[in-house]
Design a protein around this ligand. Structure first.
Ligand code: MN
Length: 477
């Protein structure tokens, strides 16, 4: 009740009712840690309440294991609460009733069901992330085998989902936890390194925070400055490939929150007058947001005692979205949030359309999982821009053909069959060109030119493009 004290009377009543019901249903059951089972759904609800999600989501968080583990049914949840709570709990529940030939097949099927639920209501996946977070926080009580299994699944699937939805805080914690179980030695080394840096850089960050807030104030700009040090996983990934951690651009960062967009741009100039910028490190994610809705201005400067310090400049709204992504919508947009969340997912998040398309066209659960792993949930993704500067994300190794098929809507299917090449960063390239990160791409089609379509299949990297090419062939034949 402390966590939801700002909620309305009716909302609090509903949450209370959900709690007592869940407590009653799970009575007598214990977790592996020896605690009463209710501790788990309660912690899931805490995470959801801290995200300021609505009462239905928090209630569903409290009840999320009741269909799977107790006598509760979807129908009864609908009677006791409402349709949303019933649908959310049902979506989060696993498919116990289906008899699968093997455990692996069941995992694939569960995951697929979860992805399908996201299409109906993205809150399902947010509850699932909160569920996974508490399970990862308490993974020490599980068997060694279970620890590895859960950590792997977390790393392969849930970290990526959190990233796609812009839920940075949950992503970072899940990734560090999974990393700790998967590579304990590397984890330990990076953690020690991080602790050392935290200690060593404290006075520098404190002092710079004050200087920046002060300079901004003198120019009439209100600001809040927060400090952040790169995650353990982030540090480990960097030291594996580079010797000198001091050269890392975003090891140390200051998040500078100012009142509005205009202040963001002014602040960038004011900061550069005080601290010399490192050339080529300015990024404008306000003008060109990331596909997970992230917005900020980035610059890396030479800070006090020569440390590289990244400044992330943003408005309060951007700050909330930077932390919690789509899950921040409830707090930001209130009663319209559910509608807006679903709309953003469909219109602005490209991973979602790949997902929907794959769900419709891939039959086997194993192939579907393979698609998630190699194309959607891979860390090897390039950011590509189209001619208007819109962002497209493609797996490393993609060609202009993959790009063209993803942009299908704009180009029209006819033209894809007449592709002759592409213009990348102003230069003509062939269709076998391998796209590089940050490339700006425009495909070239010629109506008089029919194919070398036979090559298209070999030149395409993504299953998405390959499927589309095969489809258009069958239509032609
Ligand atoms: Mn659970």
């Amino acid at each position: 009740m402390e966590e939801v004290k700002g909620y309305s009377k009716e909302e609090k009543e509903q949450i209370k009712k959900a709690y007592y019901l869940a407590e009653e249903l799970h009575k007598g059951t214990k977790r592996k840690s020896g605690e009463p089972y209710i501790i788990h759904p309660l912690n899931v609800a805490f995470t959801l309440a801290r995200l300021k999600l609505d009462a239905d989501t928090i209630s569903a968080g409290l009840l999320h294991d009741t269909i799977e583990d107790t006598s509760m049914t979807k129908e009864r949840l609908k009677e006791e609460f409402n349709e949303d709570v019933a649908l959310l709990v049902d979506g989060v529940s696993k498919m116990k009733e289906v008899d699968f030939s093997c455990k692996q097949e069941q995992n694939w099927a569960n995951l697929r069901k979860l992805m399908q639920c996201m299409a109906i209501d993205v809150r399902t996946i947010i509850i699932k992330l909160a569920d996974r977070l508490h399970n990862m926080r308490t993974l020490e009580f599980m068997s060694k085998e279970k620890q590895i299994e859960n950590a792997e699944e977390t790393m392969e699937v849930f970290v990526s989902i959190a990233n796609y939805l812009g839920m940075n805080h949950i992503q970072v914690e899940l990734r560090d936890l999974a990393f700790m179980y998967l590579q304990p030695d590397s984890y330990k080394r990076a953690k020690e390194e991080r602790d050392r840096i935290t200690e060593e850089s404290k006075s520098c960050l404190d002092e710079m925070s004050i200087i920046i807030a002060d300079k901004l104030k003198k120019q009439g700009i209100n600001s809040q400055v927060e400090q952040r040090i790169k995650s353990i996983y982030g540090i480990s990934t960097y030291i594996e490939q580079n010797e000198n951690l001091a050269k890392m651009n975003d090891l140390l960062a200051l998040k500078i929150v100012v009142d509005n967009k205009a202040d963001c741009y002014s602040s960038l100039g004011i900061i550069h007058q005080e601290f010399k910028p490192i050339q080529g490190k300015i990024k404008d994610y306000i003008g060109a947001p990331k596909t997970n809705l992230y917005q900020s201005l980035h610059t890396t400067v030479y800070g006090l005692d020569g440390r590289h310090i990244q400044a992330q400049i943003r408005t309060p709204e951007m700050h909330k979205i930077a932390a919690n992504g789509l899950a921040a919508y409830q707090e930001l947009y209130g009663q319209y949030a559910n509608y807006l969340m679903q709309e953003e997912l469909e219109k602005r998040m490209p991973f979602y359309s790949y997902l929907i398309e794959a769900n419709e066209s891939i039959r086997s659960n194993q192939d579907f999982f393979a698609f998630l792993k190699t194309e959607l949930f891979t860390t090897h993704i390039h950011t590509i821009y189209d001619k208007t500067g819109e962002v497209i994300e493609l797996p490393i190794g993609s060609s202009p053909i993959d790009f063209a098929y993803i942009l299908d809507g704009q180009l029209g299917n006819d033209n894809i069959n007449n592709l002759t090449g592409a213009i990348v960063n102003g230069e003509n390239v062939s269709l076998s060109y391998m796209l590089q990160n940050q490339d700006q791409v425009q495909v070239v089609a010629d109506r008089n030119f029919i194919g070398p379509q036979r090559d298209f299949l070999d030149l395409a990297k993504t299953n998405y493009a390959k499927r589309k090419i095969k489809e258009s062939r069958t239509q032609q034949n």
